[in-house]
Design a protein around this ligand. Structure first.
Ligand SMILES: [Zn+2]
Length: 114
């Protein structure tokens, strides 16, 4: 099985790029906009391809969290959730070793261990 957390991080990167590209479109000239919309389409295509490789249940979870936060999946460093800076139970690290995708109980973001 592929590393689902890594795929999800890549998906999130694409989502943020798409968002950035869309946001900047509104303030650019028509000619430039056409070019940028083309870029958005390419990003969207890459996103769709990537999404197919992610477990549907996990993808669902990600999309739900992504409605509340720009970054739905955040790294864990020194047992801190870098989304809300809460200290995570030490058991999380060993669960991660069993290839489980964990959620921060405090903010609900999906966690990964870089
Ligand atoms: Zn958190």
């Amino acid at each position: 099985m592929e590393d689902q957390a890594k795929l999800l991080v890549a998906l999130q990167d694409l989502d943020l790029l798409i968002k950035e590209a869309r946001d900047s479109d509104t303030s650019t000239e028509l000619k430039e906009m056409g070019f940028k919309l083309d870029g958005v389409a390419k990003l969207q295509e890459a996103r769709d391809k990537l999404a197919k490789r992610i477990d549907p249940q996990l993808l669902n979870r990600y999309e739900r969290v992504a409605r509340s936060y720009d970054r739905a999946i955040v790294p864990v460093t020194d047992n801190f959730c870098l989304g809300c800076f809460v200290t995570l139970p030490t058991s999380y690290q060993s669960l991660q070793n069993k290839n489980q995708i964990l959620t921060c109980e405090s903010c609900g973001r999906i966690l990964y261990f870089p």
